[in-house]
Design a protein around this ligand. Structure first.
Ligand SMILES: [Zn+2]
Ligand SMILES: [Zn+2]
Length: 366
C-alpha cells in the first residue's frame, strides 16, 4: 500500500464559472443579473430569485441548534482549475482570485460555516465610479492636509468585496421610569456693585414619570466582519435591500467574499445595543416636556429573527505619514466612509481666525 502524504493539504471543492462558448472565465456583470465572459463577451443570465427582506429565520431555535456559537478562523487551501496552482486563501475568505492566473474562485460556504448567507446584494457600481466617489470624498474633506488632497489624484488599488452583515428583526416592549423636566421662569434679586437688581431666570421643575413604548424593528444591520474597521462597516447603513437576491455563488465571481467572523449570538448583542439607542429616543419622546431623564428601561424582545446578507463594498486603504487609513465605498450607492487624517495646522489657524474675528466684533461694539 502506498504511503499517504499527510503533509499535502487537501484542496477544497469550489466553483469556477466557465464560458460555454470559449471556456474562459466569467464574472458577474455589474448592474445586471448575469455572468459575462472576460474573453469573448458572451452573457449568461443568472436565474432571478428575489429574496424577501421581510422574511427572517427565528433566532432562538437557530442558536439552540448551533454546534458552536462563534466560528473558528478558516483558511482554505485551493487548487486552481485553470492553472493548476495550489495556494491558500486569506483567512476567513471564501471567494477570491487565483494569485497566479487571476481566475475567479468561489468556495461554497456550507463547508466551513453552519449558516449559509440568505441573501446577496449584487454590485451596481463599477470600479471607476467607486474611484470617482473616493476622489470626490477626499478632495471635499475639511481640515485635510493639502498633500492628502494630492493623493486623491492617484488611482488606488481597490477591491470589490462582499462583507457579511446580520440583519435582525424584533418586536420590543419597553417599560421605563424617569423624570420629566418643565421650564419655568422666576424673578430673583441679586446684588451688583452694592445695588439690588431683579432678574428673570429659567429653572426646571422635575416630576417622576413612568410608561411604556413598543417598536417593530426590521433589518437592524450588524457587520459580521472583523477584517475591516467595525466603525466604518457599522456606519455604512444606506442599502437598497429590496434588490436582495437569494444567495447564489455566481454573484461572487470576480470579487472577494468573507465568511462571517462574528457569530450569531454576538451579532445579536450588537443588534440589541443599536435597538436600545432607538428605544431610548422613543422613551424621551414619550416622556415629553422640555427635558427628560431616564432612570431605567426594561425591554422584552419577541419574534426575533435574523438573516445573513452579503453586502457589496469597494474596499481600499491609503498610506499617509506611515499610517494606513481604510476606506469603503458602498457598491450600490457610491457612498464613501473612511478613516482620515486631520491637519492640525489648518484647525489651529481656523481657531485663531475665529478668536481674532470675535475680538474684532467685541472691539467694534465698544
Ligand atoms: Zn467566452
Ligand atoms: Zn490559477
Amino acid at each position: 500500500m502506498p504511503e499517504q502524504d499527510f503533509s499535502e493539504k487537501k484542496p477544497v471543492e469550489h466553483f469556477q464559472f466557465e464560458c460555454k462558448q470559449c471556456g474562459f472565465e466569467m464574472d458577474h456583470e455589474i448592474g445586471h443579473n448575469s455572468l459575462v465572459c472576460q474573453s469573448c463577451g458572451s452573457v449568461e443570465p443568472i436565474e432571478i430569485n428575489k429574496f424577501n427582506i421581510f422574511h427572517a429565520t427565528p433566532y432562538e431555535s437557530t442558536v439552540l441548534n448551533l454546534l458552536q456559537s462563534e466560528p473558528n478562523d478558516t483558511r482554505h487551501h485551493v487548487r486552481c482549475d485553470t492553472c493548476g496552482a495550489g495556494f491558500d486563501f486569506a483567512e476567513n475568505v471564501h471567494a477570491d482570485e487565483c494569485p497566479f492566473c487571476d481566475s475567479n474562485i468561489v468556495v461554497p460556504v456550507g463547508l466551513q460555516r453552519q449558516l449559509e448567507p440568505d441573501a446577496v446584494l449584487p454590485f451596481d457600481i463599477k470600479e471607476e465610479q467607486a474611484n470617482d466617489s473616493f476622489r470626490k470624498w477626499i478632495s471635499g474633506l475639511w481640515f485635510a492636509p493639502n498633500s492628502l488632497k494630492r493623493l486623491a489624484i492617484r488611482k488606488h488599488p481597490i477591491k470589490g468585496t462582499y462583507i457579511p452583515y446580520w440583519g435582525f428583526d424584533a418586536n420590543t416592549y419597553s417599560q421605563y421610569t424617569g423624570q420629566r423636566g418643565t421650564n419655568y421662569t422666576t424673578t430673583v434679586t441679586v446684588r451688583v456693585n452694592g445695588k439690588t437688581q431683579t432678574r428673570v431666570v429659567t429653572k426646571i421643575r422635575w416630576r417622576p414619570v413612568s410608561g411604556d413604548v413598543s417598536h417593530e424593528f426590521d433589518n437592524v444591520l450588524v457587520p459580521a466582519s472583523e477584517l475591516l474597521s467595525k466603525k466604518l462597516t457599522t456606519s455604512m447603513q444606506k442599502w437598497d435591500l429590496e434588490k436582495s437576491q437569494k444567495y447564489n455563488p455566481k454573484y461572487l465571481s470576480g470579487y472577494r467574499s468573507e465568511l462571517y467572523q462574528v457569530g450569531l449570538p454576538r451579532g445579536y448583542e450588537h443588534g440589541k445595543s443599536i435597538m436600545q439607542k432607538v428605544i431610548r429616543r422613543l422613551v424621551r419622546r414619550d416622556i415629553g416636556g422640555d427635558h427628560q431623564r431616564i432612570s431605567s428601561v426594561d425591554t422584552r424582545y419577541t419574534r426575533v429573527g435574523y438573516k445573513l446578507m452579503l453586502m457589496p463594498l469597494w474596499v481600499s486603504a491609503f498610506l499617509y505619514n506611515k499610517k494606513t487609513f481604510q476606506f469603503i465605498i458602498n457598491g450600490q450607492t457610491g457612498e464613501v466612509k473612511g478613516e482620515r487624517p486631520y491637519s492640525w495646522i489648518k484647525i489651529a489657524s481656523l481657531v485663531l481666525l475665529i478668536v481674532s474675528a470675535v475680538g474684532t466684533i467685541i472691539y467694534l461694539n465698544k
